[in-house]
Design a protein around this ligand. Structure first.
Ligand code: BTN
Length: 306
């Protein structure tokens, strides 16, 4: 099945149009301001309605947005307007997996975001249940990091998300709140081995129902949240930490990972492609590996608390 995205550039005029429509504006003035036709404005209004905006239309007065959805391509474009990382947005009402779409396009600096995923993927082939109400997105990163720094990037993403969501990190990058999973991160590589592109897929439980091992922000705070607001804070911190890493501040990030860690000091079992390792998690080393009490180091794997 082909999933059709709604593609928006972050500098698009529709963001400006949205601001004017919030205040209330006539079709004629809006068309003049944006240098477009009244028909184009009418089509834009219809599209907004498709995405859940309620628009009051008054003869002679024009249009005014009276109710906005908590997430839409235009909200996402507004959020990403000043971003140094995201230049384009692919917005889906429904998709198989944003990571899949990101890998297929293989273009850096794009944010893929979906209201729902039919085949959301977690680490180690698990399913990421992606019902309406959660945040599901993937970012394609520019090729700024050498391959050996990818484990650091995985941990860096965990630090950023834990900071933005006020959670703790289970190695390598699950974000937990009171021991339950609030957010999952799936980093994947695309392209040639010498110069791959990284796709960072992020799922945050916001207003959605979660499986029993998960928790949503609405359960933490006792009220529903605007997904756009959550996305805004998450992207801001993610971008800050991503550039911190590319500028060489890994030492600082590693210290923050340790402070936010839920794993260090625990007795763990880590299942890797090379075998199963058991011991106390004692540290994160300089190249991003988890050090166990017997001195063994693991860079990737499925971690279980004993
Ligand atoms: C994990 O904890 O196992 C990782 C979960 C990652 C889920 C996100 S949701 C957006 C992106 N698209 C996917 O199919 N997976 C990631």
């Amino acid at each position: 099945m082909a999933y059709r995205p709604y593609v928006v550039g972050v500098q698009e005029v529709s963001v400006e149009a949205l601001e004017l429509l919030r205040e209330g504006v006539s079709g004629e003035i809006l068309a003049k301001k944006l240098g477009t036709s009244r028909t184009a404005i009418w089509k834009f209004v219809r599209r907004l309605e498709d995405f859940g905006y309620v628009i009051e239309k008054r003869r002679g007065l024009g249009y005014r947005i009276v109710k906005s959805p908590d997430l839409s391509p235009y909200e996402v474009a507004r959020i990403c307007k000043g971003s140094k990382l995201i230049k384009e947005i692919y917005y889906y009402k429904v998709v198989d997996s944003t990571n899949e779409r990101a890998k297929e396009l293989g273009k850096p600096n794009v944010l893929f975001i979906a209201e729902r995923q039919l085949r959301g993927r977690g680490r180690y082939g698990r399913t990421w249940v992606s019902e309406e109400g959660g945040l599901y997105f993937s970012i394609t990163l520019p090729r700024l990091l050498p391959l050996e720094d990818i484990p650091k990037l995985t941990l860096t993403a965990g630090v950023a998300l834990a900071k933005a969501l006020n959670g703790k990190i289970k190695w390598p990058n699950d974000v937990l709140y009171k021991g339950k999973k609030l957010c999952g991160i799936l980093c994947e590589l695309v392209g040639c081995v010498e110069n791959p592109m990284v796709v960072v897929g992020i799922g945050v439980n916001v207003n959605n129902e979660t499986p029993s091992e998960g928790i949503a922000l609405k359960d933490v705070l006792g009220r529903k949240l605007s997904r756009a607001e959550v996305l805004e804070s998450v992207l801001k911190v993610f971008e800050e930490y991503y550039f911190k890493l590319t500028k060489g501040f890994w030492e600082e990030i590693r210290e923050e990972w340790k402070k936010l860690s839920d794993t260090l000091g625990r007795h763990v079992r880590v299942e890797t492609s090379k075998g199963i390792y058991e011991g106390y998690a004692v540290d994160i080393d300089l190249d991003g590996g988890l050090i166990l009490s017997d001195g063994k180091k693991v860079y990737s794997g499925d971690c279980f608390y004993m």
